[in-house]
Design a protein around this ligand. Sequence first.
Ligand code: HEM
Length: 450
Amino acid sequence: MEESPRSGRTLEGTRAPSRPGARETFGVAAKVLVPLVATGAVKRRPKAMALAERCQTDRAAIDLLRRLRGEHGPGPLLLSVPKRTIAVLLDHEDVGRLLDGAPDPFTPDTVEKHAALGRFQRHGPLLSRGHDRERRRAFNEAVLDQDRPLHHLAEPLWHKVNDESERLAATVRRSRRLAWADFEPVWARLVRRVVFGDAAADDRGVTALLDALRRDANWAYLKPRNEPARAELAARLLARLGPADPTSLAGPAAGAEPGVHPEDQVAHWLFAYDAAALTLMRTLALLAVHPGPRDRARTELATASGPAELPYLRACVLESLRLWPTTPLLLRDATAATHWGGEALPEGTSFVVYTPLFHRDPERLPYADRFTPQAWLDGSADAEPAMTPFSGGPARCPGRNLVLFTVTTALAALLRRADYRLASDSPLRTGRPEAATLNPFALAFTPVRV
Ligand code: HEM
């Protein structure tokens, strides 16, 4: 990136933006942005997700953006909205350039995130800039053990995940069914044990308070903030961190330097672990309809005991996130004027990356709509600049390894006890391309003895 003090930064190799007309702008708003807001950007709404699945809203959004890219070229689409410049990226390499430019000149701390996430994590990593961002990011990288496939607490965390999976398996054995309603409370308990330690296992109140604030956050600027509830959540999280159970994330989180606000970092972790629950259910559904990958995962399990990386199962989880990214919109605001394809975009430009477009782009990926765990094993998915279920560049998810370990461990524990067949009316079918929208809340499984 080159800097020119008068005219802003130039991004080498970027393509010239285009300006779609009012009808096309309306189409992008209606087909891409409205469904994401309606289904709940911060806390998913199950009824709206059911409708989105019925209408396959992601398919309509992907098709529209591909058509616009064909008509206008691969440069960003500049949407004309009052008082804002919104640039919707259409090019894979442009996505890589944008994400590599965090936190300057492209900050993840955007106007929209501030309005939404600020309701329950005022000092969260995604809402921080400058030195505050540096120290909060460093704290997250250290506690979450960003770079290690197996977290340094893998052993005690593995026991917690297995205990809770056994609890879930017992319920499933009794009811002969695994559905979201059985799974969600067990997952929330597991997450509290992983984050705070075993003493917090039954603290449903803290999860309920966070969930209420997250439901408010879905409304972003449209609903007044509930400051007393935010302060109560922060106090409860701090109290939970106090005893610093060394077998949980609270252990390494103890002793955070001033200004980090560990309670707000923890609020983000609890929130983010929800995406893992959706991912686990969707991966189980993929394995239910794909016997080949299911057998291969099972063969891998036969060779492993105790905390393990389980590369094949991990690749299945990553595939679920490619097909149904839980953060479908990556947002960045420009902290300075930038030049894209020779055109100056002002400071404050809001950049939008709709990840399903890139994760399922048949013009680039031979496996676009097919379940292909192999893409994560042979390096081809990682080589893609816009393959970003965990974002990319300096603001990529520091919890990636930890959450993949948590989800694969829980899946392994479930699969060791039974196979699961789909018992709900799902759009997934053996031998067919994967549906663009999959509602995880409606998935239900019947366990089958192995
Ligand atoms: C399947 C589960 C998860 C997915 C798909 C996921 C994905 C993401 C994505 C896409 C971002 C970047 C958002 C952006 O660029 O605006 C992000 C950021 C982040 N994630 Fe995750 N995440 C998951 C779970 C977790 C968990 C469990 C933790 C912590 C225990 C975590 C910690 C973080 C943190 C701290 C950030 C902020 C990074 C920064 O601002 O520099 N994530 N995650």
